[in-house]
Ligand binder design. Sequence first.
Ligand SMILES: Cc1cc2nc3c(=O)[nH]c(=O)nc-3n(C[C@H](O)[C@H](O)[C@H](O)COP(=O)(O)O)c2cc1C
Length: 181
Amino acid sequence: MVGERLTTNGAIVRTADWLGSIKPFNLDYQDDPGDAVVAFRTAILEADAVVVATPEYAAAIPGMLKNALDWVVGTGELYSKPIAVVSAGTTGGEHARNQLVRSLMWQGGHVVASLAVASPLTKSDADGWLTDQATIANLNELADTIEGASQLAPTARRRLIDQVASAAGVEPGHVAPIPGE
Ligand SMILES: Cc1cc2nc3c(=O)[nH]c(=O)nc-3n(C[C@H](O)[C@H](O)[C@H](O)COP(=O)(O)O)c2cc1C
C-alpha cells in the first residue's frame, strides 16, 4: 500500500525481501557478515528514506527484524535517515510500533511517521488488499510524509520526530541531531 503510493508519486521503491537470509547478529562475524547484510546496509545507505513495516509477535517486533536492525547499529547506515514505521497486530500492534520507534531512534534514525494497524485481516478483502478507508487514508498520509521527509527543513523534521518520539515514550535525549539544526 505504502510502496504503491510512493511508486505512483514517482519514487523508486526497493523491498528488502532477502531479510530472512541475514545471519544471526554476532560481533564475531563482523568481518564476514555475509551478502545479505552487505545488501541490507547498501540498500539503506542508498535510500533517501526507509519504511519499516512489521507484524507484532508476542507484544514485540519479530526476531528476524530486530536481528537485521542490530547489524546496522555499529555501521550507522540508519543514522539521520528519515524512517516511517508501520506495525500491524490483532490487538493493535502498538507494542511493536513503540518498540521499533525506540530501537530505531536509539540507533540514530529519524522516525518521522508511525502507524499501528489493528486487526488488519478485518480491514482487508479475501486477497489481502486493504479495504478500510480510514486505514488507507492513514497509510497514504504516512507515505506522503516519508516521501518528502528528506527535503524537510530541520525545524519541520524536528517537529515530526518529536511527535513520534513523544507518542512512543522515547526520551528527547535519544533523538539524534538533525543536520543543519
Ligand atoms: C507468533 C504470533 C504472535 C502474535 N502475537 C501478536 C501480538 O502480540 N499482538 C497482536 O496484536 N497480534 C499478534 N499476532 C498477530 C499478527 O500480528 C497478525 O497475524 C499480523 O499482524 C497480520 O498479518 P498477517 O495477515 O500476515 O497474519 C501474532 C501472530 C503470530 C503468528
